[in-house]
Design a protein. Sequence first.
Length: 142
Amino acid sequence: MLKIDSFVRPQSLQRSRSLGQPLRLIVVEHDHEVADALSVLVADLGHTVCGIARTEAEASELALREHPDLALTDVRLGGGDGIAAARRLNLDHGLRSIFLSGNSDHGTMARITETYPLGVVHKPFSHAQLKIALDLAARRLR
């Protein structure tokens, strides 16, 4: 059986995880208040935020330093593009994203799909919706 994940992440970059182990993630979000609220919410769900990146460059630096399991990435970054940032994280670090998006138009969703996302959570979202997305991502990453 063909596993897409083996094509997305080179073997040397794959992270070993066991089911039930908390995720380590970075938040890629330009809005300070939203990033802080996401960090609290992720911690409440039992996972660890390794850091917050406000730009594509900061996200790449964090990924290199912290080796997280995934990125929680806003589609629109102030002065940048969250989808491009996610693509770069995947290519350079083998890091996949769960996208946070206020847009569900065809063009945005098509661009997101090209990055092999672990999920998409549409804004505004509930605690339960983020929990489901993180739980599914954890299963996909094991």
